[in-house]
Design a protein around this ligand. Structure first.
Ligand code: ADP
Ligand code: MG
Length: 692
């Protein structure tokens, strides 16, 4: 039973005051589903807007707060003209200026003769004080609401900072005091403060707090998260090791049949990995293996061949993908590959509802369906298998799914194969994935050419577009044009992509499509299909295309503002092309002046196509202070911790977790650690502990 003092933290956000279904949906987009998730969504910046009694003391060109009296409105007479409101601050005239504003709104915000507290950047223009587009206007009676400093959080369309902070504060009020779970030696070594204090300080920053990876309070919470992760791995592995699994041994008829009929020859690397997996499957231990290989290295076929071994022994298999687009792609590919074999395959995603879903579930339960491809819908309640022998997880972003998967089915545990297209340096795999076995696909299928990469400044853009125009006229080539993610705002993100789309579409009418993260899955799929099947030539995208889209006819990818991407992510994006035997290209466009680190990154991209090498370099280059790329590194990510900065903590967490579980496998003398597992949602580990 979950301890009652954690109930509030672990309840869904719709119980908060002011959160209805609409707002809930929007906030969910930030990855915030439970109250506790607000704690992990911390500010990335702080702004100061100090209150000045006297306007003459207030610094220019900074955010300040002033008390003003509204005197007169000067509405704009035509569109380009600003709307000005003349006010007095200590007998001194100050103008509040709005561009393109709706007149009634301004009149109601700043009624004549009212006295308001106004915050914004104070400027001195044509001999007058002015504030353009104040960031807040409050009534004098609401003065207690005014914060002289304000934490800035990354948001999403339809959510403003004020609303977010209000909710986040509601949650912060609920934060209980929890007993310490970090041992004294580490607390001293890293100068950690208590959990509750760390949470509060992180969300109520002081001016001058650093908002980078070194932030003290974040580091404490990062350690917690890594510690919870390592504990969960230890707990589950300790139990796993005691249990036997099935040994899948048979004549390999299905397997040989498929290999025999393939249109291509498996690479040496694929054969080696297949042997490694086969060896696990035929033993009576449960396989838990990570299969790493660059985009295009041919992981799917390896997974499929391994599945056939399991199916021939009379068991079912699943393949879980992170999005329904990818699930469908796998489904179509695999269905085609096995169409001559006596195997039943089906797909299960969140889209399956009602009667259709029940029918599918029935067939899964009875064992009629042998290969089930799907999304997270596969591990939801109500999905029961007859005899599940192997789960393949095409993982993109989160650790820990395989643990949940392993425990979903009572009786015996299926073997697990996690596929990752993000090559992870060896130093990190072990710690991040625990003691999973590891296989690597190190060569690309024969005949595939390395992608030719060039680096250009944005100045050469016109020239580039001309060249694209020629190609469109004289060939059937297709192009991806990626616009960068803007960390603070998905709206700006979208705007950049939309602008690019508009300008390209003007030049190449009916040849350009746009895809971005705010489209729903269905529209995304429809756009991809159109791009694939019709005569569209350029797909402008925000980084959504990163996730495993397989369009063989695209031969060139252009990445705009490449300097804003991390190495791992650039490499992932580049992998979208070069998926057949034709020559393919990656063009990295960057702004004129870039720093040395960015220059180094782009040069590495130009010089090598080897994902494992790039991953090692990435870790080396990324020194402290490199905030950009945090979310964009392409490495699988935790909520608070970041493996590229917190590697030291990860090591520490691993050692500690092992020590504790060795001495106290049921956490009977370490009850606080159960709280830790709960707040980081390591439910499987908790269930394991409770199951005995
Ligand atoms: P990824 O590792 O990115 O998941 P896929 O499994 O999707 O790669 O494989 C990419 C493409 O390469 C697929 O079209 C697949 O059929 C093809 N492929 C896989 N192995 C080989 C091979 N040995 N020779 C030629 N093509 C291959
Ligand atoms: Mg793949």
């Amino acid at each position: 039973m979950r301890p009652a003092h954690l109930d509030l933290l672990l309840s869904p956000i719709n119980k908060l005051k002011g959160v209805g279904p609409k707002l809930e949906n929007i906030i969910n987009k930030l990855g915030i589903n439970l109250n506790v998730h607000f704690l992990w969504h911390f500010p990335y910046r702080i702004i100061e807007k100090k209150y000045y009694e006297n306007i003459h003391d207030a610094p220019l060109n900074q955010l300040v707060t002033l008390k003003i009296e509204v005197i007169k409105h000067y509405p704009s007479k035509f569109r380009r003209q600003p709307y000005k409101v003349s006010c007095l601050a200590n007998e001194t005239v100050i103008e509040i200026v709005y561009f393109n504003a709706r007149h009634p709104v301004i009149r109601s915000v700043l009624p004549i003769n009212s006295i308001k507290m106004i915050s914004g950047k104070l400027e001195f223009f044509k001999n007058k004080f002015q504030i353009t587009h104040p960031s807040s206007v409050e009534n004098l009676s609401d003065i207690q609401l005014l914060r002289e400093k304000e934490a800035v959080y990354s948001l999403t369309a339809g959510l403003n900072l004020k609303t977010f902070i209000k909710l986040s504060n509601q949650v912060l009020q609920l934060v209980p005091n929890l007993g310490e779970w970090i041992d004294e030696r580490l607390i001293k070594k890293y100068k950690f403060i208590s959990w509750k204090e760390a949470v509060e300080k992180l969300h109520n920053p002081e001016i001058g707090d650093t908002y980078n990876e070194k932030n003290f309070y974040r580091r404490r919470l990062a350690y917690d998260e890594l510690f919870a992760h390592q504990l969960a791995i230890c707990i589950i592995r300790t139990i796993d090791k005691k249990k036997k699994s099935i040994s899948f041994k048979n004549k390999d008829k299905l397997r040989n049949n498929l290999i025999h009929n393939l249109e291509f020859k498996l690479t040496k690397s694929q054969l080696t990995v297949l042997d490694e997996i086969q060896c696990d499957l035929s033993s009576n231990k449960q396989m838990i293996r990570l299969l790493q290989g660059d985009v295009g290295s041919g992981k799917t076929i390896v997974a499929l061949i391994s599945m056939l071994t399991v199916i021939e022994s009379g068991y079912q298999v699943t393949l879980m993908a992170p999005t329904s687009i990818l699930a469908y792609q796998h489904y179509e590919n695999i269905a085609k590959l096995i169409n001559k074999l006596p195997i039943k395959i089906d797909i299960l995603t969140g889209k399956d509802k009602g009667k259709k879903r029940l029918e599918k579930l029935d067939k899964i339960k009875s064992g009629n369906t042998q290969i089930i491809i799907g999304t997270h819908a596969l591990i939801q309640e109500g999905v029961n298998f007859n005899k599940l022998g192997l789960s393949v997880i095409d993982e993109q972003h989160r650790f820990g799914v395989y643990q949940r998967m392993a425990f979903n089915y009572k009786g015996f545990r299926p073997s697990i194969l996690v596929m990752s297209a993000t090559p992870i340096p060896r130093t990190l795999t072990l710690a991040a994935y625990g003691d999973m076995d590891e296989s690597r696909l190190i060569e690309k299928p024969i005949g595939r050419k390395p992608i030719k990469t060039s680096v250009l400044t944005l100045k050469k853009e016109k020239n580039l577009i001309e060249r694209i125009g020629n190609k469109i006229k004289n060939s059937n080539d297709k192009f991806f044009w990626v616009c960068p993610l803007i960390e603070e705002s998905q709206e700006l993100d979208l705007k950049a992509a939309t602008d690019r789309y508009n300008s390209l579409n003007k030049l190449f009418k009916n040849k350009v499509l746009l895809i971005h993260s705010q489209l729903n899955e269905k529209d995304k799929e429809a756009t991809m299909e159109k791009f694939k099947n019709e005569d569209y030539r350029i797909l402008v995208a925000t980084t959504v295309i990163e996730v495993g889209i397989d369009i063989k006819s695209a031969t060139t990818i252009i990445i705009e503002h490449a300097e804003r991407f991390g190495l791992a992510q650039l490499h992932q994006l580049r992998g979208r092309v070069g998926r057949n035997n034709e020559e393919s290209y990656c063009i990295l466009l960057h702004k004129e002046k870039i720093n040395d680190t960015a220059k180094k990154r782009l040069n590495i991209m130009r010089e090598t196509n080897d994902g494992f090498l790039i991953a090692e370099e990435d870790l080396k280059i990324r020194g402290p202070g490199e905030i950009l790329g945090k979310r964009q590194s392409g490495l699988p990510s935790f909520n608070v911790a970041d493996l590229s900065y917190d590697g030291d903590l990860l090591e520490e967490a691993k050692l500690n977790a092992e020590k504790i579980i060795n001495n106290d496998p049921k956490l009977e003398n370490n009850k606080n650690l159960k709280d830790l597992l709960y707040i980081h949602e390591r439910d499987t580990a908790i269930r394991t502990l409770n199951a005995g």
